[in-house]
Design a protein around this ligand. Structure first.
Ligand SMILES: Cc1ncc(COP(=O)(O)O)c(C=O)c1O
Length: 417
């Protein structure tokens, strides 16, 4: 069979909606300045779909730093992989400042968070080692685990009894192979907003020998007294052996980093294939990240403002009887029940008539019959916007329960309806 012919038939779980969804439910274009009010298909919308947690994307000092760094260095500098020719004092300074922010000995920059995670998992373990990871792990963890040549065990999401069972299995194996155990979880699970049970995992360290690797993409900058993340929030930051943060959310940038002790970071510098064989992070990104980190450190009120919005939104929705699942972070999932077709009608109504834009998650990402509308509050939203959203959601739910959105097929692009 011809490969291309095969691909034309095998569209994938999301690709099956491509013709109806492109430009509206998937690949929408949000235009204008990044913030709570943006344009979608010519309409100004209240936007709850960007991980601009601390509101830094359009901060005047950030915009100025980004512009000046681009004017001074261009996007090309430094050329080559960091190990070969792409290093600079700014890169080294950012490594150090990220390490200090995370209360770790050292850190290493990653040109992309996703690839960096995959590559770090790949570098840390060999075929004698066993990986034990949470069942709801992000795709970058799953992909990293796929590269692993040794055994891997998955434990039920945040379930410490299940983790313990898998640690017992892993311990038996590593006693034979002479290998080690790596446990991987997330600080905050991006779809549900549940924090990883880091405290529970750390307690198991007294019974089992393993190292803990935490992907804290959503916790970095949003959780903990200083914003160091889920580990700081749960009082176990020093027990996280390897910490991953991305620049793509709280920092409103691109790239990421790993923070750990000196030896591990040194090992990663010389063994992370995604960094050794790929171009270094461009200077405007590095200087932009230094600026953002400085603002995060100097302005704890940004995080406080974020949490004022988060608390108002989550409290208000809960008071109206909405199910927000297991969230214990800024991520605010609103769970309703209905078909995929109904969920598209709900989103369509929200956008066209209420002028509210949020992401929708459907089967197969979540169980059949569930509709998950995902709201991401930021420090630059205001309480009027929160109120408007709770009112709109309450009306939408009434219509959903009354069967107003029942239809046989996925609702297509706005102009086709
Ligand atoms: C939990 C988690 N890990 C890793 C990533 C990947 O980070 P990046 O966008 O920097 O590649 C994301 C981003 O979506 C994420 O949510």
């Amino acid at each position: 069979m011809d490969l291309f012919e095969k691909l034309s038939k095998k569209v994938g779980p999301l690709g099956q909606y491509a013709d109806d969804a492109y430009g509206y439910y998937m690949f929408p274009k949000l235009e204008g300045e990044i913030g709570p009010m943006m344009n979608f298909r010519g309409m100004e919308m209240l936007n709850w779909s960007l991980n601009n947690y601390l509101g830094l994307a359009n901060h005047p000092e950030v915009r100025q730093a980004d512009q000046e760094a681009t004017a001074n260095f261009g996007l090309a500098y430094p050329m080559g992989a960091r190990m070969m020719s792409g290093n600079s004092t700014y890169h080294e300074q950012l490594d150090r400042e990220l390490a200090a922010f995370e209360m770790k000995e050292d850190a290493v920059l990653l040109n992309y968070g996703y690839q960096g995670m995959v590559s770090t998992i790949d570098a840390l373990v060999d075929r004698h080692d066993v990986i034990v990871y949470d069942a709801e792990s992000h795709a970058c963890i799953v992909d990293g685990v796929r590269l692993h040549m040794g055994k891997r065990f998955v434990y039920e999401h945040n379930d410490m009894a299940s983790l313990e069972k898998q640690l017992q299995r892993a311990t038996r194996i590593t006693e034979e192979t002479g290998g080690a155990i790596l446990v991987i979880t997330e600080g905050v699970f991006g779809m549900t907003g549940a924090q990883g049970n880091l405290k529970g995992i750390v307690e198991l360290k007294s019974k089992y020998k393993f190292r803990l690797f935490v992907d804290d993409a959503h916790g970095f900058g949003t959780l903990g007294k200083t914003g160091a993340g889920a580990g700081e929030e749960q009082g176990v930051q020093d027990q996280i052996d390897i910490y991953f943060g991305t620049f793509a959310k709280s920092m409103a940038l691109i790239g990421g980093f790993i923070a750990s002790n000196k030896e591990v970071v040194k090992f990663l510098r010389y063994n992370l294939r995604s960094q050794i064989y790929a171009k270094s992070v461009p200077m405007p990104i590095v200087i932009g990240a230094l600026k953002r980190l400085d603002l995060i450190r100097k302005h704890p009120e940004y995080k406080e403002r974020l949490w004022t919005i988060v608390n108002a939104l989550q409290k208000g929705l809960r008071e109206q009887g909405f199910d927000l699942g297991r969230t214990s972070s800024c991520v605010t999932p609103v769970i309703m029940h209905g078909t995929v077709a109904e969920s598209t009608a709900v989103v369509h109504d929200l956008r066209e008539n209420y002028k509210i834009f949020c992401s929708v998650v459907v089967y197969p990402v979540i169980p059949k019959g569930m509709i998950l509308l995902r709201l991401i509050p930021t420090a630059v939203h205001n309480l009027d916007q929160v109120e408007r959203t709770i009112k709109a959601f309450t009306e939408i739910r009434e219509k959903l329960n009354a069967g107003a959105y029942k239809m046989d097929k996925v609702i297509g692009m706005a102009e086709k309806i």
